[in-house]
Design a protein around this ligand. Structure first.
Ligand SMILES: Cc1cc2nc3c(=O)[nH]c(=O)nc-3n(C[C@H](O)[C@H](O)[C@H](O)COP(=O)(O)OP(=O)(O)OC[C@H]3O[C@@H](n4cnc5c(N)ncnc54)[C@H](O)[C@@H]3O)c2cc1C
Length: 238
């Protein structure tokens, strides 16, 4: 089936951490999606607006929320990075195709969930968790969210507020390169999972972020944590 192209108005745009921006779009008429899916933005070159290419971005908001939320880790010099950090602003119209992808929560057969994200890989996991809770999902859900240093942290207050409001949800924030003063968890998501999740073999995993991290989690899940490959769901941000 051909993909539908949508135009949406940017309703908010701000830098939320070192090299991380979030932006919101008004949901265009007729657009619907499942938690965990992504869209393809038509991204112009900053210096030549007629030169357009597609870039994938996961929808971070849940289908039940009023707007579409996105979070972007800026890769210096990259097309989307420059578009989002230098050009995009409130009131702009943006064009995208979608929804795409099947990184969605399994419909049945999973009793305990573990979400693993690095940096902007949190986007589809936020959507999945918020939507599941909105639908009354009471399964145990742990989210391990890892960024490099304190200056890279974002959304932690909101995620902790979600955990506060839902006893089945636990959020573990970790830094891979903390400063000497950091009092929280440190290490990569794979190591933190071993440290904080007592029942790893019982979990179904949803992992999103850098391809090397996703590959490492998939390997550990099968070879060391005894988790069937069918219960490891992933999205690589290539
Ligand atoms: C399904 C999916 C969902 C995704 N969702 C998200 C998301 O929600 N959030 C998110 O942040 N990312 C997401 N990504 C990644 C995103 O699509 C882009 O790949 C990423 O933002 C980089 O795109 P870019 O256009 O900025 O870089 P590109 O232009 O594609 O460049 C690629 C690399 O080359 C380097 N480069 C390019 N040109 C130059 C230059 N002139 N000088 C120096 N370096 C240069 C860039 O730094 C970058 O590292 C997703 C990817 C996939 C596949």
């Amino acid at each position: 089936m051909p993909l539908t192209t949508f135009t949406a108005r940017c309703t908010g745009h701000r830098q939320i951490a070192h090299d991380v921006f979030e932006f919101t779009l008004a949901k265009p008429e007729g657009f619907s999606f499942q938690a965990g899916q992504f869209v393809m933005f038509q991204v112009p070159l900053v210096d030549k607006s007629s030169d357009v290419q597609n870039r994938a971005f996961s929808i971070a908001s849940a289908p039940s929320e009023p707007e579409l939320l996105f979070v972007a880790k800026i890769k210096q010099g990259g097309r989307a990075g420059r578009w989002i950090s230098e050009l995009l602003k409130e009131e702009d119209d943006v064009t995208f195709q979608g929804p795409l992808g099947n990184f969605t929560l399994a419909e049945s057969g999973e009793s305990k969930l573990l979400f693993l994200a690095t940096c902007s890989g949190i986007a589809p996991l936020r959507s999945q968790i918020v939507e599941a809770l909105q639908q009354g999902d009471s399964r145990p859900m742990d989210l391990i969210f890892c960024v490099r240093g304190e200056e890279d942290l974002f959304w932690t207050k909101e995620l902790e507020a979600i955990a506060q409001a839902h006893p089945n949800v636990h959020v573990h924030v970790s830094l891979s390169r903390p400063s000497a003063g950091w009092k929280g968890l440190s290490g990569h998501v794979q190591d933190v999972a071993l440290e904080v999740i007592a029942d790893l073999p019982e979990r179904s995993i949803y992992v999103c972020g850098a391809p090397e991290m996703v590959k490492s989690v998939r390997a550990k899940a099968q070879e060391e944590w005894n988790i069937l490959k069918e219960r490891v769901h992933s999205e690589d941000y290539v």
